[in-house]
Design a protein around this ligand. Structure first.
Ligand SMILES: NC(=O)c1ccc[n+]([C@@H]2O[C@H](COP(=O)([O-])OP(=O)(O)OC[C@H]3O[C@@H](n4cnc5c(N)ncnc54)[C@H](OP(=O)(O)O)[C@@H]3O)[C@@H](O)[C@H]2O)c1
Length: 259
């Protein structure tokens, strides 16, 4: 692979959230989630609910492990409730749970497979965000909700990730509509529109080989995939006091992809 135009050189500081912030991260066991949890633990004194589906965190100081595969609204509400009860409330929700289960061409997808992709990537983020927002509004202390999109969704997705992309584009609508509802309660709702981030996602769900990962990275104008810590730093900034005047926005992190 050719040299990246803008290599990732790790800065010597990490962004931080307010002390004591109670943050639920769904999908914390994934590549992006683990980076977010690690950076929060490095730079902030906060309470983290670390959710996973097939994997689980161990119980450590300031970390509340939660394990549940989402299959219904009740599962989503249960994880929000479980965290809020253990932490004494909830100040932020970061939804990183998501996947691509169907990797064939959309021409061949069955109704059941289509619905499953929408459930995990669109329905469940909505149920999670709604449950968290209700708690934050009732607390009267404001809050932050971060949802996850994908840059490819605003370009029609690809043939082999089409239902996922449709769900992620729907998430963008959710960010705007929920931000409007949350604003009177100081609940800010924003989203990340990730490009090609080297989190393990592409190997896990699309079975990408190292050569395919290199080929994909070479298509990015900055000629590399994003580092998970670059994504974690942006998420923490969006949870921090410095983003208190921002709501209803999708923030791209793409290395210039699709320009
Ligand atoms: N990496 C990228 O390039 C990229 C680009 C655009 C968008 N995104 C989005 O960013 C988010 C995080 O991705 P990632 O890269 O960290 O992916 P990842 O490493 O594959 O992590 C996915 C996470 O979702 C959880 N999950 C999967 N199925 C679930 C289910 N049925 N119920 C509950 N949780 C479930 C997984 O839990 P277990 O591991 O415990 O099973 C894991 O924590 C996803 O929404 C993804 O779509 C990623």
């Amino acid at each position: 692979m050719s040299q990246p135009r803008s290599p990732f050189i790790r800065p010597d500081w990490v962004p931080a959230v307010p002390e004591g912030m109670r943050i639920l991260v769904t999908g914390a066991t994934g590549g992006l989630g683990r980076a977010l949890v690690a950076m929060l633990r490095q730079g902030s004194r906060c309470v983290i609910g670390a959710h996973g589906a097939s994997q689980s965190f161990g119980a450590e100081d300031g970390l509340i492990p939660l394990q549940r595969a989402f299959a219904s609204e009740a599962d989503c509400a249960a994880v929000v409730d479980e965290f809020a009860e253990a932490a004494g409330g909830i100040d932020a929700l970061v939804v990183l749970s998501g996947c691509i289960l169907y990797t064939g061409h959309w021409k061949d997808i069955t109704e059941e497979q289509w619905r499953r992709e929408q459930e995990i990537n669109l329905d469940q983020p909505f149920f999670l965000a709604r449950a968290a927002m209700a708690r934050m509004a009732a607390q009267g202390t404001g809050g932050r909700i971060l949802l996850t999109g994908t840059e490819s969704a605003i370009h029609g997705g690809s043939a082999t990730s089409f239902p996922y992309a449709v769900a992620k584009r729907g998430t963008e609508c959710m960010v705007q509509g929920m931000a409007r509802e949350g604003a009177p309660h100081s609940v800010l709702v924003n989203g990340l529109r990730f490009g090609f981030i080297e989190s393990g996602f592409h190997q896990r769900w699309h079975n990408r080989s190292p050569a395919q990962m290199d080929e994909r990275a070479a298509l990015v104008p900055l000629r590399r995939g994003g580092h998970v810590d670059e994504a974690a730093a942006l998420m923490i900034w969006l949870l921090s006091g410095w983003s208190a005047f921002m709501t209803g926005q999708m923030i791209p992190l793409t290395g210039g992809d699709w320009l």
